[in-house]
Design a protein around this ligand. Structure first.
Ligand code: ATP
Ligand code: MG
Length: 430
């Protein structure tokens, strides 16, 4: 019997995990500059929180939920996305209170779960980095948040990207557009996919998001929501585009773009990668405004804006664009120890070096000299310290700087008392 990880999941092994750390660290530093703080919510939520926020007719809720009844008969689900749980937390913890900053800005990093057909860049457990800004309806919030996402990709070294925006309008817009869309689609009803036939009257906007070929044909010529924007939504969208222009940020408008979640209103956006081979998984960041979600979950009226980015897809883009990431794999000192009697002294030496504030490792496998030097090399050791039985008898240790190949025999007492001095001496001029 050999066990395998569940379909659509991944083990992120050392060697690969450093890339994840780099991506996450870049996000944390940038988001801090924009005054976002981290929030961590549970991996699972009451089913109702997600269903009400994301929408019953969406693919996420109707097909992709990892939901179950727990031993107490509670209907819960692994979280498929980050915004609904955070909105729930915002309300539950009364983060709209006067003692909190406005807008209330948070970011998150973590796994999300959707029962999808796994493909490259489409997993069942995938990971998102996302942000939410609660409480501002200023179009400047839309713009600075989109710009922050663009800046994030720039800092990672990703160049081949496009910002695509659209507006889904407010409630008045949606009501007017809904009817126009139904009028347009109804004559073709029989030719649409089964899902879209069902959704045509329930939630016609979902038809625009369909990936089915039978639907796409009609979507291309569908009426544009931008022609149905209410006065308020129109002026919000105009301000957004004016502000993007003011910052000289290039963007495209795609009036057929909708999102796979029902809570969005007014501005929505995607950042698409043009790197080779991304195919249908080219969207690396998506988000927008959700002015009624907090109310929908029984909180106070709170206009909000956020986005989420898929880490797996970002890593695919980094690979496709051949971005060279900084190597983090290095150790200050590696202790090669030879012979049966050096085990305790090697332990003392490696601990002394660690206590002096350096990174260090040693051989514990009692291997031959050659294998130990190879390990030191692989670890990217700056100094290699060799302790044989002869050295030990004399109270000495051999220290070699790998860069300069300079070697020196030093008393073990020096290692214990002043490793930093030895390290500085042997690495100066590097
Ligand atoms: P798609 O249209 O590609 O299915 P979506 O509209 O479902 O994406 P969102 O829910 O807006 O995506 O999630 C934001 C981002 O999270 C996506 O742009 C993508 O980068 C990433 N993402 C979403 N679903 C997955 C998945 N199953 N596997 C990997 N990444 C994902
Ligand atoms: Mg999806």
């Amino acid at each position: 019997m050999s066990y395998q990880r569940p379909k659509g999941t991944n083990d992120i092994l050392p060697g690969e995990v450093e890339k994840w750390q780099f991506v996450e660290e870049t996000a944390r530093l940038l988001f801090k500059d924009y005054q976002y703080n981290e929030i961590r919510t549970p991996m699972f939520e009451h089913y109702e929180v997600i269903a009400r926020s994301v929408g019953d007719t969406t693919d996420i809720v109707s097909k992709e939920m990892y939901d179950f009844y727990d031993k107490g008969e509670r209907h819960v689900t692994l979280r498929p996305e980050g915004t609904a749980p955070i909105a729930r937390s915002y309300i539950e913890n009364k983060l709209f209170g006067p003692e909190y900053s406005k807008p209330y800005k948070v970011y998150y990093v973590g796994p999300m779960f959707r029962y999808e057909r796994p493909q490259k860049g489409r997993m069942r457990q995938f990971h998102q980095i996302g942000v939410e800004a609660f409480g501002s309806n200023n179009p400047a919030t839309d713009v600075e948040t989109m710009v922050m996402a663009l800046e994030f990709f720039k800092q990672l070294g990703i160049d081949q990207i496009r910002l695509v925006i659209n507006s889904l309008g407010d409630k008045a817009t949606r009501a007017a557009y809904r009817q126009a869309l139904i009028d347009y689609l109804e004559p073709h009803q029989a030719e649409l996919s089964e899902d879209s036939q069902r959704r045509l009257h329930e939630n016609p906007l979902r038809v625009l998001d369909s990936k089915d070929k039978r639907d796409k044909k009609f979507v291309a010529d569908a009426p544009s929501i931008l022609d149905y924007l209410s006065e308020t939504s129109k002026s919000h969208f105009e301000e957004v585009t004016n502000m993007l222009d003011a910052l000289e940020i290039p963007y495209e408008i795609d009036s057929n773009m909708v999102r796979g979640l029902d809570y969005y209103t007014d501005t929505i956006f995607e950042i698409m990668s043009d790197a080779k081979g991304m195919g249908a998984q080219a969207t690396i960041c998506a988000g927008g405004r959700y002015d009624h979600l907090v109310e929908e979950l029984e909180g106070p009226a709170t206009p909000s804006f956020g986005f989420a980015m898929g880490i797996e897809r970002i890593l695919l883009v980094l690979e496709a664009e051949e971005v060279v990431l900084p190597t983090l794999n290095q150790v200050d000192a590696y202790i090669v120890n030879l012979g049966a009697t050096t085990n305790i002294e090697a332990l003392k030496v490696v601990q002394a070096i660690r206590n002096a504030g350096f990174s260090a490792d040693r051989d514990v496998m009692d291997r031959k000299a050659k294998a130990q030097f190879k390990s030191a090399d692989k670890a990217g050791a700056t100094l290699v310290l060799t302790l044989g039985e002869d050295e030990l008898a004399e109270g000495m240790i051999n220290v070699k700087a790998m860069e300069t190949r300079e070697e020196k025999r030093v008393p073990l007492t020096d290692i214990y008392q002043s490793f930093e001095t030895i390290y500085d001496e042997m690495t100066k001029g590097e």
